[in-house]
Design a protein around this ligand. Structure first.
Ligand code: HAM
Length: 437
């Protein structure tokens, strides 16, 4: 039975009492993305397993250890998306979007699935706000997407978040780097874990993200990729930095950032915080010039990033950032008796259609309990309807904060209440902004 009332390890609920937080960050995300010309894309939660094996790379931790993969009833191997980029590029190719003027720009808010060891900021189901810019080769594009993430964090009033950038070069200069890494790790082969021994053969760079304590200790002295990049990649990186400087976006170059997914080329970056525990990377992204080709398209230089919503919320909570609350309940209708309840349903619907948040009792409470509940809801006004009120065609509305009351006719209640509420709202807004009558 305990299983029935326990969410799966590494997953969590967003309850209505704080869903305003996630809704707020998502609304800001969509608004900022749109200001930068990114509109939303929605791709399926599952894709063919091969898409991630090829896209993310089959020597990565994500593909080797963390994917939720299963055969469906038709015998296809299906994987719950561990990240958003591969699905977006699949959609770009499938819908022939390369025939449209480029860059193709898309943003997304999605759930992702990784079978990782859960801890603070690390879940098995988590959510990302991401953007992908497909078909933009210039360094200005790298700086522009970084500036999008930067604008988003600013819009949320987040401070103290550090931008770290690096270049991991192109496949050409990467070859030299791989050789250097391979000979470095070859000498320390005896201490590497089994997965890393395999990586040493296939993709030594992936040893750099191994989470085993022994391997991570060894990697501390490994050669850094920035020392091996070619002139073109170096020029590109220098130009990205100039654009960031021009926009006054502060950064540090961290040669240790290599990212855990195989598709990256040239610029990679993370926004990190030291206020949310060990999982400090709130945003990760970079350029992936070879991915479209790798998935069957032509050469289309591209780039993007994703921000983890749960880590973002942890950070905002750590920084005591206030979230906008939901609109309060404007009117609570306490109804006694069947006729009054029918009237309450009708009035509530009329007011809700007019966008006035209204509630009434659906749990069979006594009048006293209904008023207590109205208080708990922080309703701005309440009204009691019973047989007497219906017979006299008159109800008394109470302003719950001042205790002031006024009477309205039952048969024109919704129109009259709406008018009074709107004019009071306008008065208080005028007062708030000191507008002269
Ligand atoms: P990523 O670095 O794997 O990149 O993930 C991006 C962000 O998702 C991380 O910085 C983190 O905030 C969040 N995240 C990742 N794993 C977890 C987890 N297990 N629990 C909670 N949050 C997590 C990507 O996914 C790339 N697709 C980003 C990208 C887009 N690059 C180019 N375009």
């Amino acid at each position: 039975m305990a299983l029935l009332t326990k969410a799966i390890k590494g997953t969590q609920d967003f309850l209505p009492s704080n869903s305003n937080q996630v809704r707020y960050v998502e609304e800001v995300a969509v608004r900022i993305a749109e200001n930068f010309g990114y509109h939303e894309i929605r791709t399926p939660v599952f894709e063919h397993t091969e898409l991630f094996q090829r896209g993310v790379g089959d020597t990565t931790d994500v593909v080797q250890k963390e994917m939720y993969t299963f055969d469906d009833k038709g015998g296809r191997s299906i994987t719950l998306r561990p990240e958003g980029t591969a699905g977006v590029i699949r959609a770009f190719l499938e819908h022939g979007l390369f025939n449209e003027p480029l860059p193709f720009k898309a943003s997304y808010l999605t759930s992702c699935y990784r079978y990782e060891k859960p801890q603070t900021g690390r879940l098995r189901e988590f959510h990302q706000f991401g953007i992908e810019c497909v078909g933009a080769s210039e360094p200005s594009a790298d700086a522009e997407i970084i500036s999008l993430a930067y604008t988003f964090f600013n819009a949320l009033d987040i401070s103290n978040i550090k931008l770290e950038i690096n270049s991991i070069g192109c496949p050409e200069c990467r070859k030299k780097y791989h050789e250097a890494l391979a000979s470095f790790f070859e000498e320390r082969k005896g201490d590497l874990c089994e997965t890393c021994l395999e990586r040493l053969q296939k993709n030594p760079m992936r040893i750099l993200d191994c989470k085993s304590p022994v391997c991570s200790e060894i990697t501390k002295n490994a050669p850094v990729v920035l020392d091996y990049i070619c002139d073109d990649c170096r020029d590109h990186f220098e130009s990205v930095k100039k654009h960031l400087d021009a926009m006054n976006i502060e950064y540090t170059v961290n040669p240790g950032i290599v990212r855990g997914l195989d598709y990256y080329t040239r610029t990679v970056f993370e926004f990190v915080s030291n206020e949310i525990g060990a999982q400090g990377a709130v945003c990760g992204g970079g350029r992936y010039d070879g991915l479209v080709e790798q998935l069957g398209g032509t050469h289309v230089p591209s780039l993007g990033f994703a921000i983890g919503i749960e880590r973002l919320l942890l950070l905002m909570q750590a920084q005591n950032i206030a979230f906008p609350e939901y609109d309060p309940c404007v009117l609570y209708i306490a109804a006694m008796g069947e006729k009054a309840q029918l009237e309450a349903s009708k009035i509530a619907l009329d007011l809700r259609i007019s966008d006035i948040p209204t509630q009434f009792d659906t749990a069979g409470r006594s009048l006293k309990a209904q008023m207590k509940y109205a208080n708990k809801l922080n309703a701005l006004y309440s009204v009691v309807i019973g047989d007497d009120e219906l017979d006299n065609n008159s109800v008394t509305v109470k302003d719950m904060s001042t205790g002031e009351t006024f009477d309205l006719a039952v048969d024109s209640f919704s129109e009259d209440f709406e008018e009074i509420f709107s004019s009071r709202l306008i008065d208080s807004l005028n007062q708030m902004f000191n507008v002269e009558e």
